[in-house]
Structures are given as structure tokens and as C-alpha cells.
Design a protein around this ligand. Sequence first.
Ligand SMILES: Cc1cc2nc3c(=O)[nH]c(=O)nc-3n(C[C@H](O)[C@H](O)[C@H](O)COP(=O)(O)O)c2cc1C
Length: 391
Amino acid sequence: MPNASLVSLLPIKSATRSKTAPVTVVGFIELARGSPTLGYAQTALLLRFSEPVKARCEGASRRGRHTGFVYLDAMRIGNLEIDSPVRLAPMAGVTNASFRILAKECGSALITSEEIDATGLIRHTEKSEQIAVFHPTERPLAMQLLGNEAESLVEAAELLQERGADIIDINMGCPMPKITKTGKGSALMRDVAGTALILRALRRSCEVPLTIKIRGGWDRQHLNAVEVAQMAESEGVDAITVHPRTRSQRFAGRAPWEIIRDVVEAVDIPITGNGDVTSYGQAEQMMTETGCVSVMIGRGALGNPWVFNPDYEGWNLDSQREYREKTIARHMELIHTFYPEGRYSLLQVKRHLSYYTRGMSTARECRRTLFTECDTPDEAWTTFRRFWDAA
Ligand SMILES: Cc1cc2nc3c(=O)[nH]c(=O)nc-3n(C[C@H](O)[C@H](O)[C@H](O)COP(=O)(O)O)c2cc1C
């Protein structure tokens, strides 16, 4: 008998959500109110849960309040099973190995590299090679490519596969003019037929799962996420991440989650939703409202990597603070481990410590001191701790 006193599942409202998930159950979880008895069907469902899923049930129950619908299923992309549905979004200049490992340790089961220019990678430019560096503990790791020519994308994807990429992800969402004017990023969404040929070539050569990350469309007049998703599915793409803003919106305005739901309803492959999520609870809400099987968090993870821990929101303030302190110290340790002391590591330390000041009443003063008075990572850390301890 599973540990019935921890949770009660009331009632199982829907037994199917995704054809691609290993455990296809959506439950309504609440703290057991002195009634540890589970019905036959619920016990049978619990017995089917894998260990990580059980852990999530227990985490949810510890919050001591209704959590609404909670998706209990892990996610499968191709042959890869991903235990936790809430994960780190790729962010150029931010999601390097140290931040990815930190996110993973906090609970992001799948992490993605920042965008790597395919042409740069096959030419082995210093910048591309730096971005492509990863540590074996990061796996399973999705590595993201930026490009608009089948040949270079295929060659770059093969290179990344040989190095250990578990998923090849194609960036079809970058809105920056310097990228789109070369036909890359979200510009791929303007040429659906041409992009189909690129994905076909990649599908033929990729042995690992192939995924894409798209936007809602080019602009308000060209909202074609559904068309692009259907094309991608028919070309054999294994999963899609949808950031529903258009290219012209960049990051402004509200992310229209309805577009994620439209894509979920239009295809059978797993959809990851993305946009404006800043807490685990909101990620669950996005899954509930759109039916996506997983959620990527980008800006909401900056200075807030504990967002990937399903238990965090349920802890008391002291436990949360203790966890945050440990996580920040671990982040500094990871930066120190991965990057030799110098300009890059100092910038990383200052940038992330300044993110960690969010919510502190002295945040502005702490950030100013970090950037104007600290010349070494140690000085930056001591300064941060001084403000942190006083907060
Ligand atoms: C600084 C920054 C860099 C980004 N770099 C990438 C990237 O390399 N690849 C990509 O697919 N998306 C990139 N994005 C987009 C994010 O992955 C995500 O789609 C976007 O931030 C919206 O999600 P959020 O509201 O959770 O931040 C970047 C976003 C930011 C803010």
C-alpha cells in the first residue's frame, strides 16, 4: 500500500491528458484531512506512479492547501522520460553550465543550452565553442541551434550529438533584428515550406529527439503557431515549446496563453508552454489552462532558481530563507568551478548576485556597491552577504 496518509486524491477528474506522457493522470490533490483512506481506483493509480511522481504528490500535500489540478505525469520527448515538468528556458548570456546545473539541482529535470549559431559551431569559432561547453552531469541536456540552412544545421546537429546532446532544439523564436534579418530565429516561422525542408533534413540525420521552440507568429497579422506546429509534427519533430508572444511583441505585453492551448489542441506531440511564469504554482496553472505537459521558465528563474523546486512554496519562511542561502552559495561555487577567475566569472558573480537582491529593501544600494566597488568575486560575495544578513 502506498503512503496513503500523505495525500488523498479527490476525485480523479480526468484520466487522460496526453498520449505521450508515461503516467496519464490528472489529479486533484489536497492535504489529507484525517482521512487516509483511498478508494480502489485511487490506490491503483498511486501504485502506478513512478518515484519522482510520488515525490511530487508528497511535495504538493505539504503545502497544506488545495493546489487545484496538479499534473502528475512525467513528460516524454521521443525516447527520453523527463521526471519534472517545470524547467529552465534557454537564455543567451545567462543559461551557461553553472546556471543550468543550479536549475537542475533545484528541480529542472531537463535543461537547454542557450542558442548556438550553427555556422559558427561548424567553423569552431571561439564564441560558439564557449557556448557549447557543457558538463556530463547536465544530461539529459537539450542543445539549441540557431540557423536557416539545412546543410549547416545538420552538420552542427551531428557535431552536438557526437558530443552528447540528448535533444537537438531548433530556435524558431528569437525576435532580435540582428538574428531575424539573416532569416534565423523567428524568421523561420515566415517561411513554413522552407522550414519544413530544414526540419526534414534534420529529422533524417538526428538520432536523438528533435524539438523546436516557436513564438505565436511573426506579428499580430501573422499568428501561425498552429500551422507551424502541425507542419513540424508532420516532419517528425518530437516536441514543441511555444512562447506565445509574436516576434514584434518581443517581451512586451502579456503572453497570450490561449495560443499555447490552440497548439496543444492541434497536435499530438508534447507541448511545453512558456511565458510570464514566475512560480511553481503559476506553472501548474499554465498546465491546467492550456493542457501543455511542461512549462519553461526564463526570466522568472533569474535570482529565483528555487522556482523549480515543487516543495519550496510550501515551506515556512525560515526554511525558504535557508534554502535560498544554500542555493546562492552553491551558485557561486559552480561559477568558481566552471570559470577561471577573470572578467567573465566576475561579471557572472556580480550579475547573479544582483538578481538575488530582488525583494531586498536595500537592493538598489547593494547592486550599486557590487558594480562600483567590487573588483573580485570574493569582494562581491562579502558585499552581498553584508546586505543579505542585514535584510
Ligand atoms: C536574456 C534572454 C535571452 C534569451 N535567449 C534565448 C535563447 O538563446 N533561445 C531561446 O529559445 N529563447 C531565448 N530567450 C527567450 C526565453 O527562452 C523565453 O522564451 C522568454 O524569456 C519568455 O519566457 P519568460 O517569460 O519565462 O521569460 C531569451 C530570453 C531572454 C530574456
